[in-house]
Ligand binder design. Structure first.
Ligand code: NAI
Ligand code: MG
Length: 362
């Protein structure tokens, strides 16, 4: 089958790490007889420079038509002073919004060879493999009304609205239950039903959906503040955590740091399923464009390569090929083949390109 892939390298280290993904795509094409048709387009600052906008309508249309989109990173000092609508991150926000990507998957996985390098207690993180599922298009970041108003007494008031509808909760919870089924069959739903009405509804809807469609999945509920504590105290108790936009923003960053390096963290953002079960999907590393190391061959391409592995798993059901990549990553780390950000003491770090080549050899 021909799979249409839109590759958006972006700015800074984005193009460097994306080259290594394309190396793997070519290898898969040759070795596994999967045909990807890869199209490249600009996003972010590089798109603004060449096309006058961080994301053209033509590129947006290509993203809508693709089976999956893979993005590097956007941004950099060169574009920081631009007016808001021209800023690189507007390109990414437009993609998320128009593709209606409501489910953000942030795995936090600890690779055995990196356990000892972690600043955390080895027993705490050894074997850690959890997934934070964050609702991405609703909640307090988007709720209306919002604003800053001047009160009669001359004081100002800034306000936002946390709001979730039944269907918004249900669709992300459904993704959570499905993920749990593919993993260890445990879903923890996180809100603050003790102090928030939206949390009361959230808990109700998730529980009802579980009772109705996923009685086989072990469902629990937890308050968000407790969840933050538990993530740091005993993270291995979790499998999949599903939560709203705000709590998910914070808890996913918290979970990410249990694993060590920013250069190792992949992510996926999924939209609604169509009649054929296909979801719009955008895959990207968690890190940014790292202008401090761009153009030097120093960037760790593993976050992007593992985002690509997520694409194989979640967009194309190619679980075996995804595992092939993830296993190769683990083996390379064990052998000490590492970029500078995760280098082994006493071993010379490898370059971005060397890492990509070593992955294929492995
Ligand atoms: P950053 O993630 O780009 O870099 C933070 C630190 O981690 C830097 O020291 C960098 O060298 C290092 N780092 C990041 N990725 C790495 C990798 N793959 N290998 C080795 N080291 C790596 O975050 P920062 O510095 O806050 O932002 C830089 C630019 O990126 C800004 O313009 C920001 O707006 C943008 N950004 C874009 C994101 C996106 O495209 N999704 C996300 C976060 C930031
Ligand atoms: Mg965040």
């Amino acid at each position: 089958a021909n799979k249409k892939l839109l590759v958006l390298p972006g700015d800074g280290i984005g193009p460097e790490v994306m080259d290594e993904v394309e190396r793997v795509v070519e290898w898969l094409d040759a070795k596994r007889r999967v045909t990807f048709s890869v199209e490249r387009a600009l996003v972010g600052g590089s798109a603004y420079d060449a096309e006058g906008t961080p994301l053209t309508d033509a590129t947006m249309a290509k993203a809508q038509g693709a089976d999956a989109v893979l993005l590097g990173a956007v941004g950099g000092p060169k574009w920081e002073k631009l007016p808001f609508e021209h800023r690189p991150e507007r390109g990414l926000l437009r993609l998320r919004k128009e593709m209606a990507l409501f489910a953000n998957l942030r795995p936090a996985q600890v690779f055995e060879p990196l356990v000892d390098a972690s600043s955390l207690k080895p027993d705490l993180v050894r074997g850690l493999d959890i997934m934070i599922l964050r609702e991405l298009t609703g909640g307090v970041y988007f709720g209306e009304p919002r604003g800053i108003e001047t009160l009669p007494n001359g004081e100002k008031r800034g306000f936002n609205t946390q709001s979730y509808t039944t269907s918004e909760i249900e669709r992300v919870a459904r993704v959570g239950f499905e993920l749990a089924r593919k993993r260890s069959n445990k879903l923890c739903s996180v809100e603050k039903a003790n102090v928030m009405e939206s949390g009361v509804l959230w808990r109700e809807v998730v529980q009802a959906l579980g009772d109705k469609d996923y009685p086989d999945v072990e469902l629990s509920h937890m308050y968000a503040d407790n969840c933050a504590m538990q993530l740091v105290r005993a993270p291995k108790q979790f499998d999949v955590i599903v939560t709203d936009n705000l709590f998910g923003d914070i808890l996913s960053d918290c979970a990410a740091m249990l694993t060590g390096s920013l250069g190792m963290l992949p992510s996926a953002s999924l939209g609604a399923a169509d009649e054929s079960g296909r979801r719009k999907a955008l895959y990207e590393p968690v890190h940014g464009s790292a202008p401090d190391i761009a153009g030097k061959g120093l960037a760790n391409p593993l976050a992007t390569l593992m985002s690509f592995a997520m694409m194989l798993r979640y967009s194309f059901d190619m679980d075996e090929d995804a595992a092939l990549i993830e296993d190769a990553v683990e083996k390379l780390l064990a052998k000490g083949v590492r970029t500078a950000d995760i280098r082994l003491e006493g071993r010379a770090p490898v370059s971005t390109q060397e890492m990509g080549k070593a992955l294929i050899a492995e």
